[in-house]
Design a binder for this molecule. Structure first.
Ligand code: AMP
Length: 249
C-alpha cells in the first residue's frame, strides 16, 4: 500500500509574526520557515506504517514555492521514499491544494492519504475534508491512533466528549492530531540520505488544475491589546464587579 503525505512549508511555530503596515497580510520576508508541525506527525505515522510492513512506499507532496523542496527533503529525512513538489509562486488556498492532491491521488492510487489537521499559518482546517469530498473517499479527521487491519483502517479521533473510533475502508483520508505520535529527530546521516532520494517537480497546469484563489483577504489587523487588570480589596467587591460590571454571574 502506498501512502501520500501532504507537507506544507509554513512560518515556524516559534516565530511571532507581524502584521504588515498596509494591512494586506503578515510579514514573512526573512522569517524562519519549517514543516507544518501536524504534517511532521503525518510523515512520522506514514513512516511507522512502512516500518511495520503495512505500507510499501511513502510519498511526500508539497505545493508552493521552490523552497518547499527543503520541506520535502525533511520529510524524506524522516523516512519518506520520494517527494513531489507542485511548484507555483501563486497564493494557494485549501481548495486549490485539495484539487492538486486529488489529481495526484488519481495518478498514484495510494491506500491512505495523511494530512495535518490544520496548517498553523492559515489555520483553515479544510484541505483534508475538501480532498475527501473531491475524491469521494472516507475521511477521519483529528486522528490520535491509526491501525490498519487488512483493507480497513481503524482511526481513533479526539472529539469534544472524548474519543471516537471509526472503521474506514481504504483508500481513505486521515488528518492528524497532536497526540498521534511524537516525530523522531532527524539525524545527519538521514539528512544526507534524503538528498539522494527522488524529487519530482510538476506545475498545477501539468495536473490540469486551476489553482486560482477563490477568496480575497480584505484586511489583516493586530488583535486589540489587553487592558490592564485591577486589584479588588475583597471577595464582596469581586462578586459585585462580576455581577454588575462584567455581567457574567
Ligand atoms: P489547512 O486546511 O490549510 O489548515 O491545511 C491542512 C493540511 O493540508 C496541512 O496540515 C497539510 O497537510 C495540507 N496542506 C495544506 N496546504 C498545503 C500545501 N500547500 N502543500 C502541502 N500540503 C498542504
Amino acid at each position: 500500500m502506498k501512502i501520500i503525505v501532504a507537507v506544507k512549508r509554513v512560518v515556524d511555530y516559534n516565530v511571532k509574526v507581524r502584521v504588515k503596515g498596509d494591512g494586506t497580510g503578515v510579514d514573512i520576508a526573512s522569517v524562519k520557515m519549517s514543516m507544518n508541525p501536524f504534517d511532521e506527525i503525518a510523515v512520522e505515522e506514514a513512516v511507522r506504517l512502512k516500518e511495520k510492513g503495512v505500507a510499501t512506499e511513502v510519498i511526500a507532496v508539497s505545493a508552493g514555492v521552490a523552497q518547499c523542496q527543503e520541506t520535502l527533503r525533511t520529510a524524506m529525512a524522516i523516512g519518506a521514499d520520494r517527494g513531489i513538489l507542485v511548484e507555483t509562486a501563486a497564493e494557494l488556498q485549501p481548495l486549490a491544494v485539495a484539487k492538486l492532491l486529488k489529481a495526484l491521488v488519481d495518478k498514484e492510487q495510494p491506500g491512505l492519504i495523511i494530512l495535518g489537521k490544520q496548517a498553523v499559518d492559515d489555520d483553515a482546517n479544510q484541505t483534508g475534508q475538501m480532498l475527501a469530498a473531491l475524491a469521494d473517499l472516507p475521511q477521519a479527521t483529528f486522528a490520535s491512533k491509526v491501525e490498519v487491519c487488512g483493507d480497513k483502517v481503524n482511526v481513533t479521533r479526539e472529539v469534544d466528549g472524548g474519543l471516537e473510533t471509526l472503521s474506514l475502508s481504504t483508500p481513505a483520508v486521515i488528518t492528524t492530531d497532536l497526540r498521534l505520535n511524537e516525530p523522531r529527530y532527524v539525524t545527519l546521516p538521514n539528512i544526507m540520505k534524503a538528498k539522494r532520494k527522488p524529487l519530482v517537480i510538476v506545475k498545477p497546469e501539468d495536473l490540469g488544475v486551476d489553482a486560482t484563489p477563490r477568496l480575497k483577504t480584505l484586511k489583516v489587523s493586530e488583535p486589540a491589546g489587553r487592558k490592564a487588570g485591577v486589584k479588588v480589596p475583597d471577595v464582596a467587591t469581586l462578586v459585585d464587579k462580576l455581577r454588575n460590571e462584567a455581567k457574567v454571574i
